[in-house]
Design a protein. Structure first.
Length: 338
């Protein structure tokens, strides 16, 4: 793959299972916070699945659309758009009510020093949205950052592990979950809490950050020595298909790949492909932020793109100076300061 269009097209091909699920989901779809890293490709995948299923549902994307071209790109692909600042109560109340909602709004980066905005986005706004969409099915994008760091040998937190987030981003994300859960109990709203970490695109993500460091001969810090990743196209598919699993109280799915990956191993793999010597700093800690996603794998199958495939695609992209998003994951962060 050599262009952004090719990446988005590759991520937007629906599986037979997704097409079949479209036929079971009645009514239109709304994606709140479509302007983030994952929103556009999720919308394209959803629209393609609807077209393949022949079900005629609308896909509506909501964002402030501060990027001048995104709205036109979405419209060109048959996705309706509404420009809205979700924190503006009057604007939010005017949004149409639809049966299926995917909630992707939130704030992570720049939390430090701007904590009030992060809490408003991540913990206040969910209550307003949950009230407005009390009769809808809702998949709520959350994060594995609600979990504590655990010993690597344990294989990651499954959904039975009690949240214990480190830092205000993780804490406010748990606030998001708790507020949505309150309204699920109050109105019997069917929901899924979708704890994702870490999605992989060729333009951003854990693997891109490691690859760039190796390619530019910068040191790779292995103190946070292990991570989980999932191909973004698969994460998008899981999120859409999760609508059929929504319930009250909310169902929880961890969304990531099956492997606990060594950061050192990943760096060395990129080093082989680039013909570069890998510079390692630090020593692997006994703990890391890890999730066990076997419940999602049982429900939706394994991710469609393997780790080695992602490594090959990203190495090619980096070597050919492909466009990158300046949106680091900060996966090495151990104190929750984003």
């Amino acid at each position: 793959m050599d262009t952004v269009e090719q990446i988005e097209q590759y991520m937007s091909v629906p599986s037979e299972a997704l097409i079949a699920d479209m036929k079971k989901l009645e009514g239109d779809f709304m994606i709140l916070g479509i302007g983030g890293k994952m929103g556009p490709t999720l919308a394209y995948l959803l629209k393609n699945a609807i077209d393949a299923a022949g079900t005629k549902q609308k896909v509506i994307g909501v964002s402030r659309f501060s990027d001048g071209t995104l709205e036109q790109q979405l419209n060109k692909k048959g996705i309706e758009t509404i420009a809205c600042d979700l924190l503006n109560e009057e604007e939010m109340k005017k949004l149409p009510v639809v049966p299926n909602v995917i909630y992707m709004a939130g704030n992570k980066f720049g939390t430090q020093g701007n904590e009030h905005f992060t809490w408003a986005m991540n913990s206040y706004l969910p209550g307003r949205v949950a009230e407005h969409y009390k009769d809808s099915r809702i998949v709520v994008f959350s994060t594995g950052n609600v979990y504590p760091l655990t010993e690597v040998k344990m294989g990651g937190c499954d959904e039975s592990v009690l949240p214990n987030p480190v830092g205000e981003y993780g804490q406010s994300s748990l606030g998001r979950e708790r507020i949505f859960t309150y309204f699920s109990h109050l109105h019997q709203t069917k929901m899924v809490l979708f704890r994702l970490n870490y999605a992989i695109d060729l333009r951003y993500g854990v693997l891109v950050e490691i690859a760039r460091s190796v390619y530019t001969e910068e040191p790779v810090d292995v103190t946070m020595g292990h991570a989980n990743v999932i191909w973004q196209g698969s994460a998008n598919e899981y999120a859409i298909r999760a609508l059929l699993h929504a319930a009250s109280p909310p169902v929880i799915f961890n969304a990531t790949g099956p492997e606990t990956l060594s950061v050192r191993w990943l760096a060395k793999e990129f080093g082989k492909r680039f013909g570069k010597e890998v510079k390692i700093i630090g020593e692997e800690a006994d703990t890391a932020l890890l999730s066990n996603s076997s419940k999602a794998h049982q429900a939706f199958g394994y991710p469609s793109v393997s780790v080695r495939e992602m490594i090959e695609l990203i190495a090619h992209w980096i070597e050919n100076e492909g466009e990158l998003l300046n949106k680091p994951t900060h996966f090495q962060e151990r104190k929750g300061q984003f």
